[in-house]
Design a protein around this ligand. Structure first.
Ligand code: APR
Ligand code: PHB
Length: 393
């Protein structure tokens, strides 16, 4: 037997995109059901970057889930770039009048889930075999299984917020969907440890051995990364070796401030730039990692998910509340215009700071010249700063 239910918007995925969209729709009085294939504990345990643009913070404020963020988030008015140990601070506040907030994506997710469940709004955890149907029609529906039982959810629109590996993007016919991709020939080896950060702001470091990043989750919890080869075996990187390499790449000024401690988590992540277009097909709308991936340099992933769903909530309200179905058609082009600019920035910052080219090649000289320009030009620093704090929504 198939259990049948209906809603206005079926949201696939309870990552930041799906959860924020759910909150924005609830605020507009639009009904939505979130279908998530994983368990709540899994979703709340994922460790991801957490640098929030002011626009992302404003959205979380708007939906009333920024209380803990304002208490515990760390406001950063700048960041440091280190090149072979020489440091330059990029002063976001002086250059743009804006700042960012460092607050783990894991915490954003938890806050959104808590608020949604407290409001009695539905999330179906462990929804198996989610499948989209009739997205070309005005009555799409989603089928899934839960505890072996078959379910059907009828809706007016489907929001595909199910990340890069989800099913939604694949529901757009291959002849229509165009994808653009760059896979980088290296990864990031990350370590999370219960130790105080080495600096009160993030440090992005370029070094002859490769890139390094000193980041944080709180005043007592640090997150560090080093550029590594894609075939890196974590077993070859016991904590002591990793701390030593971090100190080397961050440079002699910073090294003494790096407090070593046992890793809570250690993993290798590949880097990828990816865009799928269009972001709309019939009644299916993609948002967040389902439609695009950025390399983590510059921490744009979560912020792009936020801007997508801000545009999407407006488009859905236009269609469902104001009786203007053309509002939906504006969504994809508007989102993509911002996505491409964030892709450009993440790609540029990745190319600027990683070891990519043979020493003494023309390309490595270009990279050195670009870094030299950044260190010496306020215009160049302003360009970095305005992208880092987030382009307007
Ligand atoms: N059915 C239901 N849910 C699914 C399916 C599926 N077939 N496939 C994936 N999901 C769920 C995942 O388990 C996950 O919870 O969709 C969610 C997608 O969440 P994210 O991958 O976090 O993507 P998104 O919400 O777009 O957030 C973008 O998160 O991945 C980071 O770095 C990324 O910061 C960026 C942000
Ligand atoms: C992180 O803290 O995990 C982080 C911060 C900034 C980045 C990427 C990751 O650019």
């Amino acid at each position: 037997m198939v259990t049948r239910a209906s809603t206005e918007v079926a949201i696939i995925g309870s990552g930041p995109a799906g959860l924020m969209l759910g909150a924005l729709l609830a605020q507009r009085g639009i009904a939505a059901v979130i279908l998530e294939q994983r368990a709540r504990s899994y979703v709340e345990g994922r460790i991801r970057a957490g640098v929030l643009e002011q626009g992302t913070v404003a959205l979380l404020d708007q939906v009333g889930v920024a209380g803990r963020l304002h208490r515990e988030g760390l406001v950063h008015g700048g960041t440091e770039i280190a090149v072979d140990g020489a440091r330059r601070r990029i002063d976001f506040r002086a250059l743009t009048g804006k700042s960012v907030v460092v607050y783990g994506q894991t915490e954003v997710t938890k806050d959104l889930i808590d608020a949604r469940l407290a409001a009695g709004l539905p999330i179906v955890w462990e929804a198996d075999a989610v499948s989209l149907h009739d997205i070309d029609s005005v009555r799409p529906w989603v089928s899934y299984k839960r505890d072996g039982d078959e379910h059907r959810l009828d809706c007016a629109y489907v929001a595909g917020c199910d990340g890069f590996h989800g099913v939604s993007r694949k529901a757009i016919p291959a002849r229509i969907l165009k994808t653009y991709e760059r896979v980088y020939p290296f990864g990031w080896l990350g370590i999370l440890a219960e130790v105080p950060p080495c600096s009160h702001e993030l440090i992005y470091a370029s070094h002859a051995n490769g890139f390094a990043l000193a980041s944080m989750r709180s005043p007592t919890r640090s997150r560090y990364y080093i550029q590594c080869s894609l075939d890196t075996d974590i077993a070859d990187w016991p904590d002591e070796r990793l701390w030593g390499e971090l100190r080397l790449r961050l440079g002699p000024d910073v090294a003494p401030a790096v407090t070593a401690g046992p890793s809570i988590e250690k993993s290798v992540a590949p880097l990828r730039s990816f865009v799928a277009a269009p972001m709309q097909h019939g009644r299916l709308l993609l948002a967040g990692d389902a439609a695009h991936i950025v390399p983590p340099t510059g921490a744009k992933g979560l912020n792009l998910a936020a801007s997508d769903v801000a545009y999407l909530a407006t488009a859905l309200a236009g269609a469902l509340r104001d009786g203007d179905p053309t509002a939906i058609d504006a969504y994809g082009p508007k989102a993509l215009a911002r996505v491409w600019k964030a892709e450009r920035f993440s790609w540029w910052m990745t190319g600027l700071l990683h070891k990519l080219h043979p020493p003494e090649s023309f390309e490595s000289r270009m990279q050195a010249a670009e870094l030299d320009y950044l260190f010496s030009s306020q215009a160049a620093q302003t360009a970095l700063a305005e992208n880092y704090v987030g382009l307007p929504l």
